[in-house]
Design a protein around this ligand. Sequence first.
Ligand code: UTP
Length: 460
Amino acid sequence: KIYSYLIVMDIIEQNKIRMNRLSANSDGLLRQIQSLDWDELETALVECIFKKEESGLPDEYGPASYFPIIPENPEQKTLYEKAYKHGENLIREAKTSAFTVAGGQGTRLGYNGPKGTLPVSPIKEKPLFQMFAEQILGISRKYNVTIPWYIMCSPLNLEATTIHFKDNDFYGLGRDNLKFFAQGVMPATDFKGNLLLASKDSLALSPNGHGGSLKALIESGSVADMASRGVEHVSYFQVDNPLVSTINPLFIGLHDLQKSDMSSRSLTKTGPFEKLGNFVSTDDRISIIEYSDLPEEKALEKEADGRIKYRAGSPAIHILRRDFIEQFASGERKLPYHRAEKKVPHINENGKLVTPKEPNAVKFETFVFDALPLAQNPLILEADRLEEFSPVKNKTGVDSLESSQSDQIKRARRWLENAGCKILDNSLIEISPLTFPSKIDIERKNFHNFDFKKNLIYLD
Ligand code: UTP
């Protein structure tokens, strides 16, 4: 350990010397070097480059237990009814807020602009941001309350995101109830820890992962804003999932009744190797093991009833208590860095731009789910996949715009048919989240025997 510490110190020193030389002719680079958090870089190098061989898995763990979406016994049914009402009360009392992480670079999708501005709804082509905004406004109206919405961007997309909202009159939510802020960035290095330059005036910098959201919520003043409004809970979701239930009474209610610091939704995995993080438990703690890290023999383990043991996968939907987030303010509580090997274009020693075909660099990211093992009384509530999860990540195939739109239509059909409507087999259907923010709002309408003889149904 002392040996690797010395190597890291040496690399930090060499980086400093090299950067001082290179920044002699560039004010921009000089400013970046001066504001770089070298201690943080040192931590990232130690955790991601010099501890590479360690597995990072807990010594002993088992599958985490979770609350099933359909209660399994009368006690659970009673608990869910109580939790739903409790959650509704918390919403009504303005104790909840919405929080979207939208600072990613969306490289797999390759869309030109902030991902939240991508048109996703099947008929009206509403952007992701509009889908969430309408749902939040719909819920605010239903409970006659203001729900503040915090949106984390990156320095690369903050301006474009804010302009999008301004151009759309903040989707009727009111400027004061929205807060946009940028997360932190980390420099990329080569595999030995040498800093890379994106141009002669700039380091190769990239957002520091969605785990950066905890610090960013504090440093942007968002947590203080929440405190001044009396907000106690933060409903966390990603920018790419148009089906997400942004403010869910049952989830919020269970989380608060159990005095949980951080709670998560889970999905039943489609198979042992589905690319979702796996919920595991060690004693009274819950953590997530990435799909690539779960050993194959564990992934294949089965229960007596034939279901896979590690079936609870993470769709990255959480609720965090505001005072739990505040614990990350002092820097004593920190999330570990993860190593992501990426292709990072950079300037070489001769000043030439290199565009690598293979991963050539390490990006350092923290993940918000690493806060779970630090949380007291964490809980997991299962979600029905078609109801709540169909993200847009890829250009084609699984988790693409096409698959998400098809799921949006399927869910809308399910909601309407459950409410008693008859619909043609191949109809395109879209339901406005402003008028019907959740399926309960449709069920209450009682469309019994309502016959839609149309191929295109937009319900608002
Ligand atoms: P992804 O892991 O899907 O990453 O992020 P990404 O950057 O959006 O897309 P790819 O991998 O480059 O294709 C999951 C969620 O976390 C947010 C994203 O915006 C998305 O909502 N995120 C990710 C951040 O807010 N900041 C980050 O640094 C990384």
